[in-house]
Design a protein around this ligand. Structure first.
Ligand code: HEM
Length: 557
């Protein structure tokens, strides 16, 4: 690997030519030659304007992602494929069915992968791997599918195939119903316990942001990782949020000398996981009955235990194991929590919507056959049409991330040959906001509209009575909506996320009377406006609200 990450591509290349006066002149000359070369490349799709070819766009992507994405959005209005450069690396920005098929379809899954992105960005930063450790992944050419690519894995045991096993553990133990549902039930009971701390019948002032960032995050972390993660490091949840604020910069490789907080917050977060890991390892009996349990208190859910077991077996340093689990905590928390906050805010600021959803949630109540008590059915919750529409609308507008793949073999998209070595990106912000796909009368695509994905049909009962029934029907087409990515790398936690968010909202709406007090700034001072997306998170996944909402709630059940 010549360079380790995006920042290196830009700054090391640039820095190498700026260390002396001679080098500066040489650098300027090289840039000029490169600029002319870029300008002369007329074949292929249109190029995104770049005032300093190969550099300006890359820096804007990293440091002012929202402005960069607005430019991309405008540029892709009349083209569904555009190109820009990061130094010499061509990056293709694509929208529409052909690109989505190329990126997510099975046909090209060995030609268009996420492996280079993992090796260059996630592994050396998020996962704290050194060069030799990253090299082990580079050397595994066998692919991520169960059947290795021909001629790549002779004599290599399946457990030593890194890409495949890593993917497989996530998909198997997060996604398969027999492993998913015990986790969902455990999450609901933890969330329920957290909410039961509020006294019955008493109005209490609550910050929607603080409540979700604490209760939801802690319940989800305890579900997947067991109680000791927070038990041994009581400020773990705050450590996570401090790290989360800097995660994008960490992943693109902003070095310590530019922003020490990026690395300090990550180290502090990973140290907490390290403490939990050491504790679990010192007590776990790997030959005992808990090894295959759906859940046990030391390592929590099976997905986490299987990851630990496999990483020990394949000889990773403890720090790498802790940091890799940190990446899972990041996946678990950084999107679901802001999405829940947004959904609650949208409902609470619109009393008629809140009432409609409360009525819908009431239909998901069932009688527990064991206790005779009323309880929420998570399966009924995730099928509620209005709640699903609000979820879809929130993901459509609030998840802002470019799904990125590296092109290992040339592929053709919309008649253009994308050469080997290029990067292919599908920007959610473009596809998720296309007017021709998503707009409805009086409701432009850029606006949140709770009912965008709802249809009403007439239903006739046995007595011939007609009633209007609400059904969920996604407004756009699937190739313009990919908040969870797609293909073999699609988010393995997506089903858990949906159950988690719907259960949390179902519990809150069925157990509390809620009244809006008002909007505040994040420091608690009054705000004269409602929340907007915090653009500092553009490109990093979920964009949380930049304002808080103060409410009063009273527990009724
Ligand atoms: C609303 C919630 C969520 C959203 C919008 C979301 C979105 C995403 C996206 C866009 C990706 C990249 C997919 C690709 O490259 O095609 C991803 C990957 C991932 N997500 Fe999620 N996610 C969410 C919740 C979760 C949860 C709850 C978990 C864990 C329980 C999780 C675990 C992961 C993991 C481990 C990966 C990396 C998979 C890999 O390396 O191949 N996510 N997620």
């Amino acid at each position: 690997m010549a360079s380790t990450n995006l920042f290196s591509w830009v700054l090391v290349d640039l820095g190498e030519v700026t260390t002396s006066a001679v080098a500066v002149s040489l650098g300027a000359l090289l840039l000029l030659i490169f600029a002319l070369q870029v300008a002369r490349r007329e074949d292929g799709p249109p190029t995104l304007n770049d005032p300093i070819p190969g550099i300006f766009n890359a820096l804007q992507f990293m440091f002012d992602n929202n402005t960069f994405m607005l430019r991309v959005q405008r540029a892709l209005k009349n083209n569904n494929l555009m190109r820009f450069y990061i130094i010499r690396k061509p990056v293709y920005l694509a929208t529409g069915p052909a690109a989505v098929k190329a990126m997510f379809g099975r046909e090209l899954m060995h030609h268009v992968t996420n492996q280079e992105q993992m090796v260059l960005f996630a592994m050396p930063t998020l996962q704290k791997m050194n060069r030799e450790e990253v090299r082990r992944w580079v050397d595994d050419k066998s692919g991520a599918t169960k059947t290795p690519l021909p001629g790549t894995a002779e004599g290599i045991p399946q457990r030593q195939r890194l890409w495949y096993t890593y993917e497989h553990i996530h998909v198997e133990y997060l996604g398969k119903p027999q492993n998913l549902h015990p986790l969902v039930n455990l999450f609901s009971s933890k969330m329920e316990l957290a909410l039961e701390r509020y006294p019955i019948g008493q109005w209490v002032t609550v910050s929607v942001q603080d409540m979700c960032r604490q209760e939801l995050a802690a319940s989800a972390m305890e579900t997947l990782f067991g109680p000791e993660l927070i038990g041994l490091t009581p400020d773990f949840v705050s450590r996570f949020w401090r790290f989360d604020r800097n995660a994008f910069k960490l992943i693109v490789g902003v070095p310590k000398w530019i922003d020490p907080a990026v690395h300090e917050t990550h180290n502090h977060f990973v140290d907490g996981i390290g403490t939990w890991l050491e504790n679990g390892l010192s007590k776990m009996n790997w030959n005992g009955p808990d090894t295959d349990a759906n859940w046990e208190p030391l390592f929590g859910g099976r997905v986490v235990r299987e990851l630990v077991k496999w990483m020990l077996e394949t000889n990773w340093r403890k720090e790498v194991i802790a940091a890799t689990l940190g990446a899972l905590i990041f996946g678990l928390t950084s999107n679901s929590v802001p999405v829940t906050i947004w959904m609650l805010m949208e409902m609470i600021q619109d009393p008629s919507l809140l009432q409609a959803v409360r009525e819908e949630v009431a239909t998901a109540m069932v009688i527990d056959p064991k206790t005779g008590n009323q309880t929420l059915s998570s399966h009924k919750l995730v099928a509620l049409p209005l709640l699903q529409s609000i979820w879809t609308e929130t993901l459509r507008l609030r998840i802002n991330f470019n799904i990125t793949r590296d092109v290992k073999q040339p592929v053709t998209i919309n008649g253009h040959l994308i050469p080997k070595g290029s990067i292919l990106q599908a920007p959610m912000m473009v596809s998720h906001c296309m007017e021709d796909v998503w707009a409805a009368d009086g409701h432009p695509a850029s606006e949140f509209w709770a009912e965008r994905h709802v249809k009403y049909i007439d239903e006739i009962d046995a007595l011939g009575q007609i009633s209007r029934k609400r059904v969920f029907a996604m407004a756009g087409d699937a190739t313009s909506y990919f908040p969870f990515g797609g293909g073999i790398n699609i988010c393995p936690g997506r089903q858990f996320a949906k159950f988690e968010v719907f259960s949390a909202i179902g519990l809150i709406l069925s157990r509390f009377d809620i009244e809006l007090i008002g909007w505040t700034q994040t420091d608690g001072k009054p705000s004269d406006r409602a929340a907007r997306a915090d653009l500092r998170y553009s490109g990093a996944g979920a964009m949380p609200p930049d304002r808080d909402m103060k409410i009063r709630w009273r527990r009724i059940a």
